[in-house]
Design a protein around this ligand. Structure first.
Ligand code: B1M
Length: 212
């Protein structure tokens, strides 16, 4: 019976049905299903399927955004319980679109997927100067995600890496870069730790780099 509810949550996230997802989460809470089960076997499990579908071109940006909204709204119901039960997010990460660049759709998708994977995400926004990324690292982010959509701003990613080096923080964080003009080769050239071509791969990349 409880498995049925968890399946309903998962399916609602995959379908992007916010109303049904919230109702099912409320029902799961009423039945005292543990929060981590609701999160992992319901919400996150659904979002992982969305990520896979996105990677395989079965889902496009609108579907992903709708599912992400269903997930975010459902998660607000769990938030008080998460705080109460003392479940800690598995890792703290930060993400931003680099200075000079105002594109945020891809960055937002990565942030949503990271949240869906259970990471604590600090979203630094768009047009983020290198010193803000350094600050995020100093505040404890273990991974810094850099997004750029313009060939003229992808070079700013190197400035962020240099700023982290100057601040003595480079070996304390992993840096993942992404965005349409960014490539694995470019990531290696500028000394980033990883490159992810899409939001779902960005989840795998964090796990790979931190061995979690
Ligand atoms: Co702009 N724009 N834009 N734009 N825009 C592009 C990027 C462009 C390719 C269009 C074109 O000419 N064909 C072109 C760049 C050319 C180049 O540099 N080679 C361009 C240009 C030129 C410009 C302006 C300069 C136009 C002008 O003003 N003359 C200007 C620049 C403004 C600025 O940033 N300073 C500009 C402005 C804008 C809008 C504001 C109108 C709008 C942005 C709105 C917003 O983001 N809120 C916009 C849009 C929408 C685009 C296109 C059409 C779509 C981008 C998008 O959101 N894609 C884009 C054309 C295109 O890409 N085909 C274009 C959907 C999104 C889900 O994909 O962001 O690639 P994407 O993210 C993916 C992956 O890249 C990856 O995961 C995401 C999901 O799978 N990913 C990461 C992204 N970040 C990641 C980080 C990671 C890992 C993966 O780890 C940390």
């Amino acid at each position: 019976m409880n498995d049925e509810i968890l399946k309903e949550i998962k399916e609602s996230i995959i379908k992007g049905d916010t109303k049904k997802a919230k109702e099912s989460v409320e029902e799961a809470i009423k039945r005292n299903i543990p929060v981590n089960k609701i999160l992992n076997e319901g919400l996150i499990s659904g979002m992982m399927v969305v990520g896979e579908k996105f990677k395989n071109n079965e889902y496009y940006v609108p579907e992903v955004l709708i599912s992400a909204r269903a997930m975010n709204e459902s998660m607000t119901l769990l938030e008080p319980l998460i705080v109460k039960s003392g479940i800690k997010p598995i890792v703290k990460v930060a993400i931003g679109t680099v200075k000079g660049d105002l594109h945020d759709i891809g960055k937002n998708l990565v942030a949503m997927m990271w949240k869906g994977a259970g990471f604590e995400v600090e979203d630094l926004g768009i047009d983020v100067p290198p010193e803000k990324f350094v600050e995020a690292a100093e505040k404890g982010a273990k991974v810094i995600g850099l997004s750029a959509l313009l060939t003229t701003t992808m070079v700013v990613m190197k400035d962020v890496i240099e700023a982290l080096k100057s601040a003595g923080m480079r070996d304390k964080v992993k840096i993942i870069v992404g965005g349409a003009p960014v490539t694995q080769k470019f990531a290696e050239e500028i000394g980033a730790d990883g490159y992810a071509p899409d939001a779902a791969s960005a989840v795998d990349k964090v796990k790979e780099l931190l061995s979690i």
